[in-house]
Write a protein that binds this ligand. Structure first.
Ligand SMILES: Cc1cc2nc3c(=O)[nH]c(=O)nc-3n(C[C@H](O)[C@H](O)[C@H](O)COP(=O)(O)O)c2cc1C
Length: 212
């Protein structure tokens, strides 16, 4: 049960540093799934970067969303630049097996150096879009851009990138006998606060009751 004492922050008052609010919120808005987003620049260079502000937001049509924030000097990340320029991206699912290469993809590489090469992950030609799939991920989604909603021009401002799933690649070995994804086989990694991550080791089921 919650105790009587609580930290209270009047966010609307606006006297708190945005980074402090962010640090606190990612400590409890979790575990977050991680999208490893592959894009291609207008010049044809590939880019790969992880985003944990990520989810599926519509079932019919199937739409996913991830949110690249502006950097501390208010510049756009390469992923956002590429998605806006080309209208395409691929999301690879992050599993325990590729957690370490995924983190390497967040490194600030000089422009033009590919995170595929730096992380050791392997690009594979996609079916409907130009950005490559990630061979080492058991699930890749090919997406076309539907909409970008930007929340400002200031450092830390997010942009929500919405994309339609146009093709899905799902490895047979993560499926159960009913053709459903088996969380125990997939073993996704979740993002916590700070530098924290978690694994899916004890999934369990609950059923919504039918009021009778
Ligand atoms: C697990 C993880 C999750 C991340 N999630 C986000 C996120 O949701 N939004 C964001 O702007 N940056 C996020 N980052 C940081 C970006 O991956 C990092 O800034 C990256 O260099 C951006 O690459 P790009 O400039 O090639 O697009 C995350 C990093 C890690 C390791």
């Amino acid at each position: 049960m919650p105790g009587d004492r609580a930290m209270y922050i009047d966010v609307a008052e606006g006297d708190q540093d945005w980074r402090e609010i962010y640090r606190l919120c990612i400590g409890f808005v979790n575990p977050r799934p991680i999208a490893l987003v592959s894009t291609t620049s207008q010049q044809g260079l590939t880019n790969l970067a992880p985003f944990s502000f990520y989810n599926m937001v519509s079932a019919h049509p199937p739409i996913v969303m991830f949110c690249p924030g502006l950097t501390r000097d208010a510049t756009k990340k390469d992923t956002l630049v590429n998605v806006k320029a080309t209208g395409e991206f691929v999301i690879a699912t992050v599993t325990e097996a590729i957690a370490e290469p995924m983190v390497r993809c967040a490194a600030n590489l000089p422009h033009g150096r590919s995170e595929f090469e730096f992380s050791g992950l392997t690009p594979v030609t996609a079916t409907r879009v130009r950005p490559p799939l990630v061979r080492e991920s058991p699930v890749n989604m090919e997406c076309t851009l539907r909409q970008v909603v930007s929340f400002g021009e200031q450092p830390g401002a997010g942009s929500a990138v919405f994309g339609d799933i146009v093709a899905l690649h799902i490895a047979d070995w993560i499926l159960d006998e009913d053709g459903q994804v088996d969380a125990r086989k997939l073993r996704t990694v979740g993002r916590l606060g700070g530098s924290g991550y978690c694994t899916v080791t004890e999934p369990y089921a609950m059923h919504i009751p039918k009021p009778g």
